[in-house]
Ligand binder design. Structure first.
Ligand SMILES: Nc1ncnc2c1ncn2[C@@H]1O[C@H](COP(=O)(O)OP(=O)(O)OP(=O)(O)O)[C@@H](O)[C@H]1O
Ligand SMILES: Nc1nc2c(ncn2[C@@H]2O[C@H](COP(=O)(O)O)[C@@H](O)[C@H]2O)c(=O)[nH]1
Length: 206
């Protein structure tokens, strides 16, 4: 049997799978901020736009930040199998439109999902090749400061989100990599390196 080596040619590197990266972490840790910074520097990075039953915050736009839908429409998305994953989080439902993600991956392009722990677990179960990245806060107090300081949620919603945060922080070990969000610039760079399957001077654990 002849091989590339016996023919004296350089073996081709193994084909790289387009990478599906899942970014999760407690509410208020800075996921959207990090992704927005990364996409400002690299507008070509594709982020899945989720559907949600949550009401828009000031400045949020339908089709850009989320597809804002009513409960009945979300029910239909589930019933028609149009969501890759979905979850209820702090009183609202959120889900990833399946087709757009699969189309991108089929075109060989990296895909980024910014979703909660329950969604990350579903993606892991259905797409074993996904890389799960956990964004952690520098400390609990800093997480509370960020979530409160954002000023977008009522106190009782903040309490629900912090209760969820305790569960999410306890699940960090389920993820492939942890990035600590001390610096938005650093973490954005590290996330991009992971998405593009590049090694680098990453400040990661996991
Ligand atoms: N590295 C950082 N240092 C200081 N503040 C930060 C940092 N990253 C994000 N923030 C601030 O923390 C707040 C929460 O950030 P962001 O909305 O991006 O969190 P999130 O993880 O996307 O939250 P959610 O899951 O609730 O959507 C914002 O006010 C943001 O400006
Ligand atoms: N399982 C999913 N979680 C999602 C999705 N889109 C967003 N999220 C997560 O929900 C919470 C709350 O988001 P917010 O915009 O209301 O602050 C946060 O953890 C998001 O990452 C999704 O499609 N599926």
């Amino acid at each position: 049997m002849s091989s590339d080596v016996s023919r004296g040619t350089t073996p081709a590197p193994p084909a790289r799978q387009p990478r599906l990266t899942v970014l999760s972490g407690p509410s208020g840790v800075g996921k959207s901020t990090v992704v927005a910074h990364m996409r400002k520097v690299h507008p070509e990075v594709w982020l899945s736009v989720s559907a949600t039953t949550r009401k828009p915050r000031p400045g949020e736009r339908h089709g850009i930040h989320y597809f804002f839908v009513e409960d009945e429409e979300f029910d239909k998305l589930i019933a028609n199998g149009e969501l890759l994953e979905w979850a209820e989080f702090a009183g609202n439902r959120y889900g990833t439109p399946r087709k757009a993600v699969l189309d991108r991956l089929a075109a060989g392009e990296p895909v980024l999902l910014e979703i909660d722990l329950q969604g990350a677990r579903q993606v892991r179960a259905s797409m074993a090749e996904a890389e799960l990245v956990f964004l952690a806060p520098p400390s609990w107090d800093e997480l509370v400061r960020r979530l409160t300081g954002r000023g977008t949620e009522a106190p009782e919603v903040i309490e629900r989100r912090l209760a969820a945060a305790r569960v999410e922080l306890a699940a960090e070990k389920e993820f492939d990599v942890t990035l600590v969000n001390t610096s938005v610039e650093d973490v954005s760079r590290e996330l991009l390196a992971l998405m593009l399957n590049r090694s680098g001077d990453r400040n990661t654990s996991g």
